[in-house]
Design a protein around this ligand. Structure first.
Ligand SMILES: C[S@@+](CC[C@H](N)C(=O)[O-])C[C@H]1O[C@@H](n2cnc3c(N)ncnc32)[C@H](O)[C@@H]1O
Length: 367
């Protein structure tokens, strides 16, 4: 039974919310805590709790204990799905020490009366959350929840902390772009295009990816699921003019942004298309380095299979779902790529989500 709003070791009274007598698992909400865990805190958000906003999972858990819970999840998925026994620490990401005010992208749902809010857990019902406590102040400052949105079903808000600006896109539509900054580099991100959500995430992930790849002058690299070119730009600096970087991105607007952001780097080429198609092109059959940062569903068997033929000396896998990562790691292991390092980052405080950066090397080279 999966019991939301409870903690390991607690005794609670719970109400079953999903499942029949024949189900293999049930879901429940803890409605009364009989014996509380030492890790329990008063939720900073008044909208958190049974039957209320479904956005956060861990408002009732201390920030440190949240990280331990996420580490346990990553450890368990690696063990169960990939047969890998490994200790995991979830590292803090700078910018939100209390775990609040970090979300620079929020998709509000709009109810039939035109009120914007957030969805109840596993439901289409809109909870009229007036101020989301994990949303960045720039997002809250747009006042999306202070007015009505007749005829609209959702409102997407994206904010750039570097610019101090936010874009509001009713039903995801509208013009405009944000400029995101990492180190001394700027990236154009058009409309509601993908960018890391936590303000410290892009720099943290970039650092972990470069450490994992350790690019050298003259090497060839693939940046797969490249978004607007965050990783490709810095890899290009390190492989230099004698090297080559191919960034692969399927979304038309993101690929255009990547071309714009990387135009000053002659060793970079952006190829628009799905990774599982583009990787079959003859000139992409070999590479020294690969970074891949797929959506939640992971890379999948066919991409893992194609990648194992590229003969890279390092593959760095950035993953937002530890279960999909663990499944893919097992397929990599069957193709003689071994996990040599794994870092996990607290990029989604108050939620059960965690970001991992896994480094893989050909089995023969691992001592
Ligand atoms: C998690 S984002 C990573 C973006 C980038 N690495 C970053 O950190 O900014 C995943 C990206 O993959 C793209 N994408 C999704 N499925 C894809 C596919 N099958 N082939 C190529 N790109 C894909 C999405 O459009 C999105 O830009």
């Amino acid at each position: 039974m999966f019991v939301r709003h409870a903690l390991p070791g607690e005794r609670v009274r719970a109400v079953i919310t999903d499942g029949k007598s024949t189900s293999t698992f049930w879901r429940a909400d803890a409605t009364e805590v009989l014996t509380a865990s030492a890790n329990r805190v008063d939720p900073p958000c008044p909208w958190a709790g049974p039957g209320r906003c479904g956005g956060c999972d861990f408002q009732h858990v201390s920030v440190i204990a949240q990280r331990e819970l996420r580490a346990t999840v990553v450890r368990e998925q690696l063990q169960r799905l990939a047969g890998i026994e490994r200790d995991v620490e979830v590292e803090e990401v700078p910018g939100a020490p209390e775990g609040l005010g970090w979300r620079t992208r929020v998709q509000y749902a709009v109810d039939a009366a035109g009120r914007a809010g957030l969805r109840r857990h596993r439901s289409h019902e809109v909870v009229p959350v007036d101020r989301c406590r994990i949303a960045h102040p720039l997002v809250v400052g747009t006042g999306v929840t202070d007015r009505l949105w007749p005829g609209v079903t959702s409102v997407e808000v994206s904010a750039s902390v570097a610019e101090g600006e936010a874009l509001v896109l009713p039903d995801g539509r509208g013009a405009g772009a944000l400029t995101e900054v990492v180190g001394d580099r700027s990236f154009r991100v058009t409309g509601g295009g993908f960018w890391q959500v936590h303000p410290g995430a892009a720099a943290t992930l970039l650092g972990a990816v470069l450490d994992g790849l350790d690019p050298r002058a003259g090497e060839t690299a693939l940046d797969l699921y490249a978004g607007v070119g965050l990783f490709a730009a810095s890899i290009a600096d390190l492989v230099g003019v004698t090297g080559r970087v191919t960034a692969v991105e399927s979304d038309r607007v993101a690929a255009e942004d990547a071309r714009h952001n990387l135009a000053h780097l002659p060793m970079v080429k952006v190829e628009r298309g799905r990774v599982d198609h583009v990787l079959r092109r003859p000139h992409l059959q070999r590479a020294d380095l690969v970074v891949l940062d797929p959506p939640r569903s992971g890379a999948g068997k066919s991409v893992v299979s194609l990648l194992s033929r590229v003969r890279a000396r390092r593959i760095v896998y950035v993953a937002c779902d530890p279960a999909a990562l663990a499944r893919d790691l097992r397929w990599f292991a069957e193709r003689d790529y071994r996990l040599t390092s794994l870092r996990a980052f607290d990029m989604f405080p108050m939620t059960a989500h965690v970001e991992c950066v896994a480094v893989l090397e050909p089995a023969g080279k691992v001592s």
